[in-house]
Design a protein around this ligand. Structure first.
Ligand code: GRF
Length: 219
């Protein structure tokens, strides 16, 4: 049974998707804890109501990133995680924190990395005139929004889209893709080779989603 620790900062809809999939699909894993860096993170209530241990490590109580990260690592490690799952966790992490969880920490970022790291990714994609946009699940490295790619989802950019419409379309794919990617880790199917992630046995590590028609996946 693998222990998953999920870090959130707000709404926690990706965390919720992972919690539900873990239960419904009877993964060989348990959600050991959901930890937030903000006491008002809305997702904490969902986790608690599902019987999951919750904790808050409020970054505003610490003088610098290093002391916050050290305190956070202590709380995380108290749950003996096999995998740390960043799900809308809006903090830049120090190199020593990232190194401590090397190969066992994943993140979801709402763009087709390496395009558009950082914030306001949907607006960036619109401003660049992209015809497609999406999200990426990746192993975390010390470089922000960078690291070996586990899975990517692709959606069309439509005439008339604003950032909110595009974000909503991408978020639907995040809720499908992130649980799937975490499950691959739980099943011991992911291998890291430099920047590349191999999935064994192979299946598409991408997801096409066009909600103007029926949702579909290419092959
Ligand atoms: C998602 O779009 C995720 O890709 C990004 O932050 C958002 C978090 O949403 N990192 P939620 O808290 O999972 O609802």
């Amino acid at each position: 049974m693998k222990n998953l620790v999920i870090l959130i900062s707000g709404r926690g809809s990706n965390m919720e998707a992972i919690v539900r999939a873990c239960a419904h699909e009877a993964w060989g894993a348990r959600i050991a804890a959901v930890i937030a860096n903000r006491p008002d993170a809305a997702g904490l209530a969902f986790a608690a109501s599902n019987g999951i241990a919750t904790a808050v490590v409020d970054h505003r109580q610490f003088p610098d990133r290093a002391s916050f990260d050290a305190a956070l690592a202590q709380v995380i490690d108290g749950h003996a995680p096999d995998l740390v799952v960043l799900a809308g966790f809006m903090r830049v992490l120090t190199e020593s924190f990232v190194d401590h969880y090397s190969g066992r920490m994943v993140n979801i970022h709402p763009s087709l990395l390496p395009m558009f790291p950082g914030l306001k990714t949907h607006q960036q994609a619109l401003d660049a005139g992209c015809r497609v946009h999406g999200a990426t699940v990746h192993f975390v490295t010390p470089t922000l929004d960078h690291g070996p790619i586990v899975a990517q989802s692709v959606v069309p950019v439509r005439a008339g889209d604003d950032a909110a419409a595009l974000a909503a379309r991408v978020l639907k794919t995040e809720h499908m893709m992130y649980p799937r990617a975490v499950r691959w880790f739980v099943e011991g199917r992911l291998a890291l080779d430099g920047e590349r992630v191999t999935l064994t046995p192979a299946e598409p590590q991408w997801l096409f989603f066009d909600d103007s028609q029926a949702a579909g996946e290419g092959a």
